[in-house]
Design a protein around this ligand. Structure first.
Ligand SMILES: Nc1ncnc2c1ncn2[C@@H]1O[C@H](COP(=O)(O)OP(=O)(O)OP(=O)(O)O)[C@@H](O)[C@H]1O
Ligand SMILES: [Mg+2]
Length: 177
């Protein structure tokens, strides 16, 4: 007979154990075609309910990468920067909700938009300036940070939070090798 002994250890106050694995991938993009093609691969691998959180300074390439995601979902219309529109819906293999939070001043304003139907729905969310509303987004997501390195160089840091996105990044990595 196998005896299982459970040892109960007191949890130290102030430490929150989060079971949310993380995986990082760093890629340099040398022009907008590179950025689009990285987005396209993400779009091709996207599954219903995926959430992609984009951050980076003005002109970093967030819309450019989202345009690639749209292409990867079979959406052929050009993804204009939606700076004046908060949410654009684009229809492909799956619906893409392209959001831009640039014009929102604070997290309260973002919370009032009631984005949960999009975030927990069947479509794909790609959110520019996501860093402005981080606490409102699902713990499991793919974060995509675009760092401006120069006129023709961007460092793109993909960070998978949660098993689903680790799998996505592993497939993505195999395709970009
Ligand atoms: N690797 C790259 N090298 C040079 N230019 C790039 C690269 N990737 C994208 N770009 C270009 O950068 C410009 C700005 O891109 P984009 O509009 O996507 O930025 P953004 O992050 O969405 O800006 P905003 O914060 O204003 O929404 C575009 O002209 C795009 O083609
Ligand atoms: Mg943009």
């Amino acid at each position: 007979m196998v005896r299982v002994r459970y040892i109960h250890r007191p949890v130290k106050a102030g430490i929150i154990l989060v079971n949310n694995p993380v995986k990082d991938l760093n890629i340099i993009s040398h022009n907008s075609d590179d950025t689009i093609s990285l987005g396209r691969k993400i779009g091709e691998l996207a599954m219903s309910g995926d959430v992609f959180l984009l951050s980076g300074i003005l002109g970093a390439g967030k819309t450019c990468l989202t345009q690639g995601i749209a292409y990867g979902l079979g959406i052929n219309e050009y993804t204009l920067s939606p700076s004046f529109v908060l949410v654009r819906e684009l229809y492909g293999r799956l619906t893409l909700y392209h959001m831009d939070l640039y014009r929102l001043e604070n997290i309260q304003e973002i919370a009032e938009l009631g984005l949960d139907d999009y975030l927990y729905g069947r479509g794909i969310c790609a959110i520019e300036w996501a860093n402005r509303g981080m606490p409102l987004f699902p713990e499991e997501h793919l974060s995509i940070e675009i760092v401006y390195k120069g006129d023709t160089e961007r460092q793109i840091i993909f960070k998978a939070h949660g098993q689903r996105y680790i799998e996505l990044l592993e497939k993505f990595e195999n395709r970009t090798e």
